[in-house]
Design a protein around this ligand. Sequence first.
Ligand code: UGA
Length: 425
Amino acid sequence: MNILIVGTGYVGTTTGLIFCEHGHKITGLDLDERKIQVLKGGSLHFYEPGLQDLLKKHTQARNIIFTNNTEKAIKENDVIFICVGTPQGADGSADLTFVKNVAKSIGQHINRYKVIVTKSTVPVGTAEIVTSVIKENQKAPIPFDVVSNPEFLREGSALDDALHPDRIVIGTTSETARTIMRELYKDFHCPFVETQPKASEMIKYAANSFLALKISYINELARVCDKLSINVNDISKGIGLDQRIGPQFLKAGMGYGGSCFPKDVNALIHTAKQQGTPLSILEAVVKVNTEQPVYFIEKIKQALGGSLQNKTIAVLGLSFKANTDDTRESPSFILLDRLLEEQAIVKTHDPMVKSGASHQCMTIEETVTGADALVISTDWDDYKHLNWGRIKPLMKQPNIFDGRNMVDKERVKELGFYYIGVSNH
Ligand code: UGA
């Protein structure tokens, strides 16, 4: 099948390459000339483990090509995946400008029957909007079908998630489109959920919001545990082993970030409000998440004698989680802003994010040298296996604030560090 992927971000590029692996020919379309040039050269314009090799393999074999020629790309392909961004609008709703622009182009250039698939996270009702926009822009009534097929891959493990999904959700009213989608995914051995487009769109928001809810639940619980000197990691383990609960997304930390959870939870809250049925549970999820970095900073402040003024703080990790260079909505930046507000002297490090900011250091050693405290804000493996014996003499005061509960606390305490985690007693 000839497949067009519109939008070459991490979802679009990963999706395209996964289909290459399954024997399809892919065209990647993006209006951003820079991204296209980088991809044409066989390189990624973002960091995602394992994806670079796959890109090289399939660009060399010409299984995937990249272009910014919208008309040609639409005309030559039979299945079009919309993978463009849906940023958060001013009122919390998802901004559909990019999705609508793609639909408009499809309407203008459609030359034969096509299946249009929305893979971007889009609000309930978007399949209908895409259908109307295409129809409005058609010169002649050429048939097409719209399918909602949300993506569940995570940054940092995109390849594995996309190759081995837990389920594939296909939302369409068209039997023809459903058959084409089944064919497209025939080699994927996981359950298929076939439903109406609106339900499919809601599944994506409900999934992300539920995962965010789990995180906020454990984070708020961590604060109670903290007061009671209980190790919250034991609680995560103890409840996570209950198969009805499951162990994932129960890691207490600095709160969730990224380009998805914060935006998607807000968008679902917005949708619910519009329907006159507010999702108060998700409003609480957002509140807890906003408070979480502040709660942790307060702990740092108290431990350092009530003031952060002129204290040198080494912040380890800028990306919103490990194995990505994405800093969107990263709790690290909330931490940084707050530290600067409190007039601390900040030094930062990240293995992948090179912000160019004056406080960013090249090595961990440089970052911690002369520091009154180091704060682990991203769960990079690099920070888990630090040589603490070498770190300690570099610091002014041996204080570790572990925002990800990932350090071997007994070991660092033995070495003479003062250690505080997120209710990691
Ligand atoms: C999330 C979903 O997990 C994917 O299924 C979905 O496809 C994607 O959004 C999307 O909508 O595109 P992602 O944002 O890449 O994926 O990252 P996650 O691994 O879900 O982590 C999100 C945030 O939650 C990170 O800041 C992470 O550090 C935090 N987190 C995660 C915790 O604080 N505790 C946990 O136990 C798990």
